[in-house]
Design a protein around this ligand. Sequence first.
Ligand SMILES: [Zn+2]
Length: 313
Amino acid sequence: MTFRLFDAPLREPSQFVGFAGNRIDRQSEKRSDDSTEKALADPSARLILLKGGRIYLKDGANGLDPYYRPFGAASLGARMEHAILLGQSDQGPLLAAPAGLEPEELPDGVHAIDYRSVHTQGLLPVESLGEMAQAAALLAWHGTHRFCGRCGHATEMRSGGYKRVCTNCKAEHFPRTDPVAIMLAVTPERALMGRSPHFPPGMYSCLAGFIEPGETIEAAVRRETFEEAGIRLGRVAYHANQPWPFPYSLMIGCFGEALNEDITPDLAELEDVKWFTRDEVRDIIARRSTSGVTVPPESAIAHNLIKAWAESD
Ligand SMILES: [Zn+2]
């Protein structure tokens, strides 16, 4: 059977997902132990401030503004000793720091908004959303790696935040990115979507799961689909990926060719799994479905996978 979804050369679909618009020049080969201090001394330096899964946005002339000069950041209690250097923007160095003030302590005109709302409600331009994802993932990693995994002593930040070094055994620790496979199992006519108990009412999405050590992306896609739905997959085709700062994942989106259609759901993980026809999926995406079923927002990679299949022939 021909199945053009797996054969057609595609444009790079990752550019259409939220968190993927980061344009920062990371200059990773130029990072030194004092690169954060040097960047903060630059008169054009700007920071973004995060705390507890939220970004601190201030009212600006053109909507919500995520950028602060160092003195503005200090007035919100920014913890400059934990600042990290994201890289060079076209307006100078861009850094990120943990905010000090709690959300309820913020002055008028500054708002603490959780990452998910910023993402799903499109509260920031795509470039800023990508910078936020970079900062959120890095700051989350620093928050949980303050001690050496080898000897247990304290670690210290180096290289603008891209490394921690143990003060005792000198072991170097690097930021991690956890790969997650997210997949749409399909037949020529139907796509498989599931409902997690924590989804909003009516929402169905792709199945997903962490890629395990020693496992290929394709093997993880097949394993997760079989474990969660009892569906065996044949061919697996990569489609797109999305940085996912909850806390530091990379979602790797694939299509899988279903070899059977009788579902055996893993009810410990999912509330429901079912097949949807292409017409049903098109109606759901166009919000003209009367079934009450929805899919994740446009900025989510799941939406992009579902839409690409619905529009394929
Ligand atoms: Zn150590």
